[in-house]
Unconditional design. Sequence first.
Length: 246
Amino acid sequence: MTELAGKTALVTGAGTGIGAAIAMHLARQGAELVLVARTMQRIEAVGEQIRKEGFRAQALAGDIRSPELFEHMAKVKQPIDILVNNAAVFATYGPLEDIAPEEIQAVLDVDLVAALRLTQFVLPAMKSAGWGRVIHIGSVAGRLGAVGQVAYSTAKAGLEGLTRSVAAEVGRYGVTCNLVEPGLVETARTLEKIDPATRAHLTAATPIGRPGTPDEIAATVAFLASPRASAITGVILPVDGGVGLR
């Protein structure tokens, strides 16, 4: 379980849920973690858990839209070998015409533009090293659409184009870029943001008959980050329990 020893992984939205699970899985494969989220208390708690298991982690609190965060990242001594763009926000649920423009902009900025800019930030060092992994966390909403969440669905669909385009640009440098597409995942945020009727509808449309778990998403990310996945790039990989099949 040390196949990522000597590698540094940056995970956004690492304070809770899927992001925290991804950080733990990568640490257990030997990677040193740079944990990014807006709340220092949350990422410090994840970092402490990683350190208790004998691995290394550092926390960078900040808004991934802000120039200040990029200045902090530039001070990280080691280059980033693995980038996981996991951070995301929702707009208020409702018809598109009822959503405030600033909410729409925030969703696009966090869920899509920040992922593009972070990818742009890490690619030069990855290309120079001849090895790198960029992994985006999307959503089946980007493929199937989402009533009441048009901005979120649009941003997640944009990650598909970003994934394929970056993969085509950097493959010859030993750098891969892939997109993991979860369906409904049981996290504190989904319980808070998605109403029970919608969760029940999504579960009923899922052939495995249940939501996914953060660990299931994290295990997929850990594989894509590993040397074993060196020939996998430009892939949109659903980890959704088969939602949409029926």
